[in-house]
Structure formats: structure tokens, C-alpha cells
Design a protein around this ligand. Structure first.
Ligand SMILES: NC(=O)c1ccc[n+]([C@@H]2O[C@H](COP(=O)([O-])OP(=O)(O)OC[C@H]3O[C@@H](n4cnc5c(N)ncnc54)[C@H](OP(=O)(O)O)[C@@H]3O)[C@@H](O)[C@H]2O)c1
Length: 256
């Protein structure tokens, strides 16, 4: 039976950067993204250049039945999951009153329900492959009350709480649970443009997904619970702890 690292949202952005870093470490991969996202081409590239096995599933992870079918198919193929990276996420940046309710209901499924379900489905795999683990991708947005990121921030705050509790529960089996909270990353061209228009202080925190992936995986494989990539983001965390509420309010308002 071959062991794999499953990365959701592996077709582009941070997920793709994580997949390339894992491939460099000769880890077999299971990649999932929506259809026609370039996942097949990426899988072929990784197989050829890193001499690893890569399975890919072009499926909508907002649907519970697709998560279950990925699990069943992996079992049929004698594939077992050692590490799960819950990276797929739907971002958003808009006023709640203007947002389409279908969008945020799907966003809650992809950002909250899917990582929870996948963690549950593969629990026996993790137990059979210790040391093993789950890496959940949250965001700095989970710590701050950011207008225009109300639902997104809420979904990422769920992941923080879920990860810390689950970590305590399953550490006894040798399964590690980590959470990474990146600040802004230049992943899509839309985000690159958006990031350029941010206030000065927020612009200082923007990182490239490749450097975030390197730092994140180093800490994940060392079993670190809580990963904040980048010194500016660490400074934001410190400021969040020590600054008075009115000042934080002003800074977060200016940040958008
Ligand atoms: N970019 C940032 O500034 C930033 C900051 C902090 C945290 N994060 C977090 O980092 C993670 C990755 O972000 P990113 O910027 O790399 O995003 P991205 O470039 O938009 O990539 C998102 C990935 O998730 C996949 N995905 C989305 N919905 C899916 C669905 N229903 N079913 C299957 N796959 C789906 C996408 O697949 P397709 O290619 O098929 O669409 C893509 O591979 C997210 O969890 C995000 O919240 C990002």
C-alpha cells in the first residue's frame, strides 16, 4: 500500500506551491481541484520531474458525496493518506448586504464542512501511518474583525478552533494537527492587483505563496501547532494582543 499526502485546492496558488514543495521531498500526492483547472497537467509535470506518484481528482469539494467518493476510490486503489492538507478555500471581499447567499453558503461548505469531513474520513489512515497529520489553512483574517471579510473570516476562525481542539484529542495517537494563518499572498492576478491597492501597513505583509509554502511545511513536519508565516504577520499578532481596541479598529478600517 502506497502512502500519499492529500492536498485540496492543489491546482493553483498556495495549494500548488505546497504540492511542489511536497514533491521536492519525494512525497506521493493526491491533488483535488475543480474540473478544468490544469490539475492533470500539473500532476503529469510533478510525476515526470520528481519521480513520485500523483493521483488527481477534478471534483467539486463543496459536495459531500464527492469527498466520500474520493475516499472510496483511494481505498479501492490501495492508497493510504499520511498527511492531509486542507487548503481549498473560497475567498471573498465584499459587503455582506451585496453578497450572493449562494456564494457564501458554498463558501461555508468548502472552507468549513469539507476540511471537517475529510479529517474524519481519513482518521483511520492517519492512525495507520503515524507519524501523520493534518494541516489546515486558515488566514490572518481569522483574528481581526475585517469588514468585507465577515463570512470568510468566520470560516477561518472555525478552522482555528477546530484544529486546536482536535490536536489535543488525537495527539495520543501520534497524529499532529497544525494550522497556518497566512497574511495576504500574491496567488491570483486579481489578488495581486487588490494587494497593490492595500494600505501601506497591509502591503508590508504580502508574501509569495512559494515562500509561505516552504516555511509552513518546515513547521508542519516539526509538529508546530500554530504557524504564522512572515515577520510582519507576527508583528500584527503582537499588536493585536497589546493595542487598545479603538486603535485596532482604526487600523483594520484603514487596512481595507
Ligand atoms: N491568497 C491569500 O491572500 C490568502 C491569505 C490567507 C489565506 N489564504 C488561504 O489559502 C488557501 C488557498 O488560497 P489561494 O489564494 O491559493 O486560492 P486560489 O488561488 O483561489 O486557489 C484555491 C484552490 O482551491 C480550489 N477550490 C476552490 N473551490 C473548490 C471546490 N469547490 N472544489 C474543489 N476545489 C476548490 C481551487 O480549485 P480551482 O483551481 O479548480 O478553482 C484552487 O485550487 C485558501 O484556503 C485561502 O483561504 C489565502
Amino acid at each position: 500500500m502506497k502512502t500519499y499526502t492529500l492536498i485540496t485546492g492543489g491546482s493553483m496558488g498556495f495549494g500548488k506551491a505546497l504540492a511542489i514543495e511536497c514533491a521536492k521531498m519525494s512525497m506521493n500526492l493526491v491533488l483535488v481541484a475543480l474540473p478544468n483547472s490544469g490539475l492533470v497537467e500539473l500532476s503529469q509535470f510533478l510525476k515526470k520531474n520528481f519521480n513520485i506518484d500523483v493521483l488527481c481528482y477534478e471534483m467539486d469539494l463543496s459536495k459531500e458525496e464527492n469527498c466520500i467518493s474520493i475516499y472510496s476510490d483511494l481505498k479501492k486503489n490501495d492508497a493510504t493518506i499520511k498527511y492531509l492538507i486542507n487548503n481549498a478555500g473560497m475567498l471573498s471581499n465584499g459587503l455582506f448586504e451585496d453578497m450572493n447567499s449562494d456564494y457564501f453558503l458554498t463558501q461555508i461548505k468548502v472552507n468549513v464542512a469539507t476540511p471537517t469531513l475529510l479529517s474524519k474520513l481519513f482518521m483511520d489512515d492517519f492512525k495507520a501511518n503515524v507519524p501523520s497529520g493534518i494541516l489546515n489553512v486558515s488566514s490572518m483574517a481569522s483574528f481581526f474583525d475585517l469588514p468585507k471579510k465577515q463570512v470568510y473570516g468566520g470560516t477561518k476562525a472555525y478552522l482555528l478552533s477546530f484544529s486546536s481542539s482536535l490536536r489535543k484529542e488525537i495527539a495520543k495517537y501520534g497524529i499532529s494537527v497544525s494550522i497556518v494563518c497566512p497574511g495576504g499572498m500574491n496567488t491570483t492576478s486579481r489578488l495581486c492587483l487588490q494587494n497593490r491597492r492595500l494600505g501601506w501597513i497591509s502591503r508590508q505583509s504580502i508574501m509569495n505563496p512559494e515562500e509561505v509554502a516552504k516555511v509552513t511545511l518546515r513547521h508542519f513536519f516539526n509538529g508546530k501547532a500554530f504557524i504564522i508565516p512572515g515577520n510582519v504577520n507576527k508583528l500584527f499578532m503582537l499588536m493585536n494582543r497589546i493595542l487598545p481596541q479603538f486603535l485596532k479598529h482604526r487600523l483594520t478600517r484603514n487596512a481595507i
